[in-house]
Design a binder for this molecule. Sequence first.
Ligand SMILES: [Zn+2]
Length: 223
Amino acid sequence: MQLRRPGDGLNTPELIGGGSCISIDYGATLALTRRRECRPSLEGSSLMTNTITQDLTPRAWVGCLGCYNVGSLNGLWLDGDVCDDLIAAGLAIDGAHSPICKRCGSDEFNVFDHENFAGIITGECPPSQAADAARELAGVDDNEREILAAWLANGMPFDLDAMRDAYIGEYSHDEAMAEEYLDSTGLLDDAPEFLVRYFDLAAYAYELAQDMFEINGHYFRAY
Ligand SMILES: [Zn+2]
């Protein structure tokens, strides 16, 4: 059997062990494999391509609950790390105890919508919670945010060390992961060719996946 060599890399050889969580969704995995967006350059060489850099800045739409409760949307999209400074944003003025809405006098504000928080916050929340999340996220490299989102989507805690320790890599499907594992460990290197030909990669990939969970093509050890 000729094993193909996938492009993704394992960051650990320790794939076999305890744990029981498994999540295999070949269709979703294939559909959600990371895409790198490129477009042809309209200037200069026709062979030149530009990579579009995605803006990963966390942003929150912060609005006044008092205004909302009387049917008025009064709020703004703000950068996440400053979305709790309502006076600086022009939404509020100093009140007796806390900032109050410039329009209705309410001191209750809420994050009604948000983007690029990698799943640290979900749904509506107080602006202070969103701001704390954005500040935590500032310590996460851009290329790790998608991994973090996958990690959190599986109900794991916001623990970067645990995430990095458990992370295996990104693959289009289980067999690609298994191929990379075989390649990195050299398990079949000394096996006779006629035996390699009969190696059941699908079954082997299934066994490996028993000790992992996978979200959007990102594989993690489940123990
Ligand atoms: Zn208001």
